[in-house]
Ligand binder design. Structure first.
Ligand SMILES: C[S@@+](CC[C@H](N)C(=O)[O-])C[C@H]1O[C@@H](n2cnc3c(N)ncnc32)[C@H](O)[C@@H]1O
Length: 260
């Protein structure tokens, strides 16, 4: 398949509804749990009334924002592909044809947070929708993002970037400078939540996700080292393992880091 297909990506990966890939959704559950734990850990360093989050390379999906929305006031959503931005804008506007992410919200609120309230699931969706202030184009490969709304350096409390840095790299040596770029958006002492896949694979939704050619980012140690060299203190690393590593990477690495 040429290009990145937002609908297929979300169907496979970003829902627990019928038609999803069970292995993918096991991994999504783990990703959601790890992120929720990270927000519990850094929550006391965030002010829900004023903290700003930058979701970089958010793709067509909002799963990383469900736990985050309890701890931040505003979210800037950035992706390279216009098709992804339009997909998320539709979800934010809650139009009828938008992708339904409510099963993922239910999992976070009802299962991870152990809050059985259906109203809270709806409230959280509304909270994420209203926290997203801008949905804008950005390219990790550019020195300065084209849109001034995302260009302000040192202004965010959280940068959240999942399964994107490896996609944006053309060569392995791009990795550290790209993580540094993410760090430039952060206030000193604030937080990077980064996930990545250590190896190159052919993804069923297409590899050509944006300008990037997938790059082999080697292994977990490579990612941890890159985050350190990019100017962060690594606070935690979690590895999410898939049962059948033949089609997709066996390991996914999630890192919580503090900008020094
Ligand atoms: C595998 S998807 C990850 C989407 C989402 N973060 C998630 O975890 O479900 C990779 C994303 O990287 C984005 N991307 C690729 N090259 C990029 C670049 N140069 N700058 C910013 N984003 C890029 C793609 O548009 C795509 O949305």
């Amino acid at each position: 398949m040429d290009g990145f297909d937002p609908e297929q990506y979300c169907r496979l990966y970003c829902t627990f509804d019928e038609g999803c890939d069970p292995e993918e959704t096991d991994r999504l559950r783990e990703n959601l749990r790890v992120l929720d734990g990270y927000y519990e850990r850094i929550g006391s360093d965030l002010a829900p009334a004023s903290s700003r989050l930058l979701e970089y390379g958010g793709g067509p999906t909002v799963w990383p924002l469900i736990s985050a929305a309890r701890h931040v006031n505003s979210i800037t959503f950035v992706d390279y592909l216009d098709a992804n931005l339009e997909f998320v804008k539709k979800w934010q506007k809650n139009v009828e044809s938008a992708f339904d992410c409510s099963s993922v919200f239910r999992y976070v609120v009802n299962t991870i947070e152990k809050n059985p309230s259906a109203d809270e699931v709806d409230r959280r969706q509304e909270r994420v929708r209203s926290s997203i202030r801008d949905i804008i184009s950005g390219d990790l490969r550019l020195d300065a993002p084209a849109d001034p709304r995302v260009a302000a350096p040192h202004s965010y409390d959280v940068v959240s970037c999942h399964y994107t840095v490896g996609h944006a790299c053309h060569v392995t040596s791009d990795y550290i400078p790209f993580v540094k770029k993410l760090g430039n958006y952060l206030k000193p002492g604030k937080f990077l939540l980064l996930s990545d896949m250590p190896t190159k694979y052919d993804f069923p939704w297409g590899n050509d996700s944006g300008d990037g050619k997938d790059v082999n980012v080697k292994d977990k140690e490579f990612i941890i080292d890159a985050v350190r060299r990019a100017g962060f203190e690594v606070l935690d690393v979690q590895v999410v393992t898939r049962p059948t590593p033949d089609e997709m990477p066996a390991e996914q690495v999630m890192v919580l880091a503090r900008k020094q």
